[in-house]
Design a binder for this molecule. Structure first.
Ligand code: ZN
Length: 251
């Protein structure tokens, strides 16, 4: 069985180590903080053999060099990560990445950055989505366009609903405040938001979430629904998404 070790790092990132006991391989999913990743791996008795980057931002790829120097890990990344440093294997939408016998499918989830990818492991029922989608939110649109970002969210929406989404930041409490503003009559969202407040009061993570829950409650994933289009004044899902994204940026 795959093992996932999740830990907080930097101010609000999550670090993830994905370990396959059969092959002994361990993937670092992004590298917000190289030293912290090495410490966490050592405590587990795992050696990092690969780095799987989702996008080029320094709080996702800034620890690559330190981890490679300490372990010789292979960097698998979208080409945009070359802005940060060298890559061993460039991957793009439709490619497959292996960890032992476990298969990860690379999905284009661009919009936050133009090369952002996610890693979906269908047999494990998990996806590492970086800064594309968050619990009750989505990444800021730094580089992309609304149609592009909506197409990316549509690819995430098409995954099996039971998929566990490993988002890269603990932004959920702030996202919940905007989501309640964006979609005030959504009873499932109100329930979910209460549970989030309780979890954060206890110091527990709200990540991973599940796609099924986000499909019901995440305003950005619901930009194609009639009620969100009406409330936010978009004729199409990308227009509604753009209105939501702009409102969140100023919220
Ligand atoms: Zn980012």
């Amino acid at each position: 069985m795959l093992q996932i070790h999740q830990f907080p790092c930097l101010s609000d990132n999550y670090g993830f180590l994905l370990h396959d006991p059969d092959s002994g391989e361990t993937a670092a999913i992004d590298t917000p903080d190289g030293a912290e990743y090495l410490k966490q791996a050592e405590a587990k008795g795992w050696r990092i053999t690969a780095i799987w980057n989702t996008h080029w931002h320094p709080d996702h790829a800034g620890g690559n060099a330190a981890i490679v120097e300490a372990t010789g890990a292979q960097i698998i990344a979208p080409s945009e990560v070359e802005r940060i440093g060298p890559i061993d294997t460039v991957v793009t939408h439709g490619d497959t990445v292996m960890l032992g016998e476990w298969k990860a499918e690379v999905i284009d989830v661009s919009g936050h950055t133009n090369g952002h990818i996610a890693y979906h492991l269908p047999e494990a029922g998990i996806a590492f989505v970086g800064d594309s989608v968050f619990a009750l939110g989505c990444g800021r649109m730094f580089e992309g366009e609304p149609q592009q970002f909506w197409d990316s969210l549509s690819r995430i929406k098409a995954l099996p609903p039971e998929t566990a989404l490993y988002c890269a930041h603990e932004y959920t409490a702030a996202n919940a405040r905007f989501a309640r503003h964006a979609d005030p009559d959504n009873a499932a969202l109100a329930d979910y938001a209460r549970g989030i407040a309780d979890k954060r009061d206890r110091g527990e993570p709200t990540v991973p979430t599940t796609l099924a829950r986000e499909l019901e409650t995440n305003p950005f994933l619901r930009a194609d629904s009639a009620d969100m289009k009406q409330r936010w004044g978009g004729q199409t899902a990308p227009e509604t998404f753009a209105a939501l994204r702009a409102a969140k940026d100023d919220f």
